[in-house]
Design a binder for this molecule. Structure first.
Ligand code: SF4
Ligand code: MG
Length: 288
């Protein structure tokens, strides 16, 4: 029997997001992508940070862990290195990923572990009541910036393109069929895949609602974009906020982090036989 989104849905509770939140679209797209990829829920792990969308693992029946703000990527990298045969998804928001988690993001792109990094980008810190985030536009009025945001916005796609990310994509939470396909492509990509998702926060980012993105998004692949052309990708990444192309900006094949480390030649760490490993000399060395 074909799998369905229900196969990935936790029986323990329902999402507590505001009605109309873009996180609902992201959740459904993730579950549809997993079902269409025919992933065994027992072979999937979903790791998140802190934020509205970062509650995502609570609504999934796969392996999951909610970690600390900004720390989803290093935790996921460790878990992935322990068992890189699982499909690894990491989920975060723009504050989580491009603020406190920015350093981890850059180093993960350099290393290229085989995982999908899903960032719900709503341009605010929604969970803490709508303060400006790293992707908020300069001049944005918010609870922490009553006179306007003094900082220009981070461009996450340009940043990824400049830092060796082997798959750079953008989706939109209001275009489910496109987002499902993009997530499938990202999962099937061999390497670190960023999927930045335009996510309306209907409570705190009302100027960037569904109508705003509906009017300004267009399909990158249908426009004839060549996703092997880094320079063209950089130009496309610079179109926002006038236009928001969605799709695969850039993709390249290069060795995985787990392939570069000799410790994993014998397979994932969890399958190594450690019954004959003697750690006594180590204890002696560190206790003397
Ligand atoms: Fe979604 Fe915004 Fe509500 Fe958070 S505050 S649940 S991001 S609509
Ligand atoms: Mg946010």
């Amino acid at each position: 029997m074909p799998r369905s989104p229900k196969d990935y849905t936790s029986t323990e509770g329902k999402p507590n997001w505001c009605s109309g939140c873009g996180d609902f679209g992201i959740e459904m797209a993730m579950k549809q992508a997993m079902a269409q990829l025919d992933l065994d829920p027992d072979k999937v792990m979903l790791i998140s940070g802190i934020g509205c969308g970062a509650n995502m693992p609570s609504w999934f029946s796969t392996y999951g862990l909610i970690t600390l703000h900004g720390r989803a990527v290093p935790v996921a990298t460790g878990a992935h290195l322990a068992n890189h045969e699982l499909s690894t998804f990491v989920e975060a928001g723009d504050g989580d990923a491009y603020g406190i988690g920015m350093g981890h993001f850059i180093h993960a792109m350099r290393r290229n572990p085989n995982m999908t990094y899903i960032v719900g980008n709503n341009t605010v810190y929604g969970l803490t009541k709508g303060q400006v985030s790293p992707t908020s536009a300069k001049g944005c009025i918010g609870p922490s910036t009553p006179f306007g945001n003094p900082d220009p916005a981070v461009n996450p796609l340009a940043l990824a393109l400049a830092n060796h990310c082997s798959f750079v994509g953008r989706g939109y939470a209001g275009n489910l069929p496109h987002l499902v396909n993009l997530l499938k492509e990202a999962h099937n990509h061999k390497g670190f895949a960023l999927v930045d998702i335009l996510q309306p926060c209907v409570t705190y980012s009302r100027d960037k609602g569904y109508k705003y993105y509906q009017d300004l998004t267009y399909n990158l692949q249908e426009s004839g974009h060549d996703s092997s052309d880094l320079e063209a990708a950089m130009k496309k990444a610079s179109e926002a906020p006038e236009k928001y192309p969605i799709g695969i900006f850039y993709q390249e094949e290069r060795p995985l982090y787990e392939e570069e480390l000799p410790q994993f030649k014998k397979g994932p760490l969890v399958s190594h036989d450690i019954s004959n490993v003697d750690v006594t000399p180590l204890f002696e060395e560190y206790s003397s």
